[in-house]
Design a protein around this ligand. Structure first.
Ligand SMILES: CC(C)(COP(=O)(O)OP(=O)(O)OC[C@H]1O[C@@H](n2cnc3c(N)ncnc32)[C@H](O)[C@@H]1OP(=O)(O)O)[C@@H](O)C(=O)NCCC(=O)NCCS
Length: 378
């Protein structure tokens, strides 16, 4: 086969088939398997959608209860593992949270004895990934609390994952509205095409590496500010704007400086980002001054972006209202990317399992463009 020169960033290059989901940027639509992702988020639980990714079907009520219980049991972490996770979190104090969380995921993988998937039944590999991903929120909550000098709060298997995570962080059971808002954020961010972290997870899995390594690779990829970093910047921006009367001058100054307005524009969507639309609704249900400021900012920023780039139709993306919702449910800003890792690791797992079910090592090529070899070695 002759070589094909791919465009920078592999933009527009299709590298695999998937049955897990897709994004239709022109229509403002994305789906998990054959279901609208936003409809799933409005009608089902996170655990049900995890089941959908894992099995290809939505669970009936008894399957739903059974699966949620199984996941809840996997949330537990042994004291020995906990101690090492806490040590990693303490070492990572003051650094971006995904850096120590990447280490924590590695420790969890080690504690679960996860090994190469080669030559093993796929059900066993799926079980390993499920245990790791289910325990990750506990490791994040315990690690973060230790950084604040707070004692760990152990998971409560009677609670759904979203409620339990918020409880493990703060020690207070969240309101039903806050728990559901957080759950809907998690559902909406499980999967979104072959983004960089999903591709990284698949590429690592393709070598026969254990699922722990793939998930750690996913977290590493997500730790880059160009992938998962915008929600906290959105919150900084809203704080900086401060009041509704300051929005327009703030945006004009920002655009004049050549800096992008965080939480606006998207590589794929050429209309509303459906995740932003839904999270805006979620934020409005909670309400408050931050939501009022965000909604007013969105309207003015869209107007100003239209003057700045006429015809480009730049609108709010998922990260704009994600930042608002995460703040409203009590997530500390430094853990915003960690929440993204909690949900996206469910998507990574499904992609890893899909990759290994029909594997070929991902091995593209590079064109050498340096000085003509061989140059004599001095
Ligand atoms: C997401 C993003 C990187 C997409 O970039 P992209 O694919 O290059 O975007 P487009 O091709 O649609 O950009 C068209 C033009 O609008 C500008 N533009 C896009 N988003 C903008 C933003 N948020 N603020 C200001 N200008 C923006 C681009 O700079 C480009 O201008 P140019 O033609 O002079 O180069 C970009 O919109 C961005 O930086 N947004 C802010 C960061 C963010 O919210 N990231 C999270 C994404 S989920």
């Amino acid at each position: 086969m002759s070589d094909i020169q791919a465009p920078p960033g592999l933009a527009g290059v299709v590298v695999t088939d998937t049955v897990l989901g897709g994004v239709r940027g022109d229509e403002g639509f994305f789906h998990y398997r054959e279901f609208s992702a936003t409809e799933l988020a409005s009608r089902r639980t996170l655990e049900d959608i995890w089941y959908l990714f894992q099995t290809g079907e939505l669970p009936d009520s008894s399957q739903s209860v059974e699966f949620a219980w199984r996941l809840a049991e996997h949330r537990g972490i042994t004291d020995e593992t906990l101690e090492i996770v806490v040590a990693a979190a303490r070492l990572g104090s003051g650094r971006a949270s995904l850096l120590w969380i990447r280490t924590a995921a590695s420790i969890l993988a080690e504690s679960l004895g996860i090994e190469t998937w080669l030559g093993r039944p796929i059900e066993d590999v799926a079980d390993e990934a499920e245990r790791l991903v289910a325990a990750l929120p506990t490791a994040i909550a315990v690690g973060w609390r230790s950084q604040q000098g707070l004692d760990p709060i152990m998971p409560n298997p009677r609670l759904p994952l979203a409620t339990d995570f918020l409880t493990m962080l703060s020690g207070v059971t969240p309101s039903v509205t806050a728990a559901r808002a957080f759950e809907q954020y998690l559902i909406l961010t499980i999967d979104h095409g072959l983004n960089a972290s999903t591709f990284a997870a698949r590429a690592v899995a393709s070598t026969g590496a254990d699922v722990g390594s793939s998930i750690v690779a996913g977290i590493g990829s997500l730790s880059g500010p160009l992938h998962g970093g915008a929600p906290s910047l959105v919150l900084d921006m809203l704080e900086d704007i401060g009041t509704i009367d300051r929005i327009r001058p703030w945006v004009r100054k920002r655009l004049a400086s050549g800096e992008p307005v965080m939480g606006f524009g998207h590589r794929v969507y050429r209309t509303d980002d459906p995740r932003a639309v839904m999270l805006k609704g979620v934020a409005l249900e909670i309400g408050g001054p931050l939501v009022d400021l965000a909604v007013a900012s969105e309207a003015i920023i869209v107007e100003e972006l239209d003057r700045h780039r006429p015809g480009r139709d730049l609108r709010a993306n998922v990260e704009f209202y994600a930042g608002v919702v995460l703040h409203l449910v009590g997530i500390p800003t430094e853990l915003f990317p960690a929440c993204f890792a909690i949900s996206r690791s469910i998507g990574w797992t499904a992609h890893i399992l899909e990759q290994i079910a029909d594997n070929r090592v991902i091995r593209p090529k590079a064109t050498y463009v340096g000085p003509p070899p061989p140059v004599p070695v001095p």
